[in-house]
Design a protein around this ligand. Structure first.
Ligand code: BDR
Ligand code: CA
Length: 309
């Protein structure tokens, strides 16, 4: 069997970087489409180009939307650094993004690799929503969609308590995707909390002597310190968890299928993912919600991406 083909929508971002390293270690990455989210687009594009250059890959990078679909939103620079990569002052890549818009690239690649692509969405869903609005037949050509987003019982990570960052940053985009994509896998923030990586384990991996480990050690330093000082017991790497599920679906040890909708208007709850746990509305389940994964296998995927496994 050939390697898995991935199309990754991402807003690098520290945990995005780890997921991208995993993807390049274990699959064929057809392209990175870049979103605004953790930080603004100029940084997320620059970070993607730098990471790809660092690992010596030739993956094309497509810049997407510079803003959410409707309303402006606060970024996550306080977690990832002002540049999204821990403010290390790295020398920018000499490479350029492709001239095609990310949404158009997603559609073109979905035709070129019809039925083969696993789409991994690790950012606000702006680019994917736009692609869907341009062509509603897109889901027919994507083998699987894995979304990192949401907080299925309301334990989110934004200033609106029940909202998780990727959904809370662009709720309208999430609504477009959740209300039209027939069935996707959802790796939410609460699963991320259950599947953190011990700081000491990560530090051991980061001592490996290779470009991936050196680069990730540098860009993640700030986020690791910030997470520790907040009293978190482990490092959360949301996008890496979603990537593990994309790479190895059988890593999931417990999941539930339910209908999930996105709250757009609540004062306290805009961006919340509302799960119909008891199927009260009789809607077909659109989400395969990941509840637990095999932690040993997850950590093995991360370690090998850092050249430490
Ligand atoms: C998600 O938000 C971002 O900060 C991370 O990169 C991840 O995609 C977690 O809520
Ligand atoms: Ca991300």
């Amino acid at each position: 069997m050939g390697k898995l083909k991935l199309l990754i929508d991402t807003d690098p971002g520290v945990d995005d970087a780890l997921a991208i390293l995993m993807a390049h270690r274990h699959a064929d990455v057809v392209a990175l489409s870049i979103a605004t989210g953790n930080v603004r687009l100029a940084h997320t594009v620059g970070n993607a180009l730098k990471l790809i250059e660092t690992i010596g890959a030739q993956t094309p990078v497509f810049a997407g939307c510079a803003t959410p679909l409707v309303l402006a939103a606060a970024d996550a620079a306080f977690v990832h650094g002002a540049d999204g990569f821990g403010d290390t002052g790295y020398l920018p890549s000499t490479r350029q993004a492709e001239s095609e818009h990310a949404a158009q690239a997603i559609l073109r690649l979905s035709h070129a690799h019809a039925g083969e692509l696993v789409f991994v969405a690790m950012a606000p869903l702006t680019n994917l929503a736009l692609a869907l609005k341009l062509d509603a037949t897109l889901p027919q050509r994507i083998a699987r969609l894995v979304i990192m987003g949401g907080a299925v019982t309301g334990c989110g990570n934004t200033h609106r308590v029940p909202a998780e960052f990727n959904i809370g940053f662009d709720p309208e985009a999430a609504h477009v995707v959740f209300s039209t994509w027939p069935h996707f896998t959802l790796v939410d923030w609460e699963a991320t909390l259950r599947h953190g990586v011990a700081f000491e384990t990560m530090e051991r991996w980061l001592a490996a002597d290779n470009p991936q480990a050196h680069f990730f050690a540098a860009i993640s330093r700030r986020t690791r310190e910030w997470t520790r000082t907040r009293g978190r017991p482990r490092l959360m790497v949301a996008d890496a968890l979603a990537m593990a599920v994309a790479l190895q679906p059988d890593i999931v040890t417990r999941a539930e299928d339910h209908h999930v909708a996105v709250e757009l208007t609540g004062t306290l709850t805009r961006g919340a993912t509302v799960v119909d746990w008891e199927n009260r509305f009789g809607n077909a389940a659109n989400a395969h919600i990941v509840m637990e994964v095999d932690q040993v296998r997850f950590e093995a995927l991360v370690a090998s991406a850092l050249g430490a496994g």
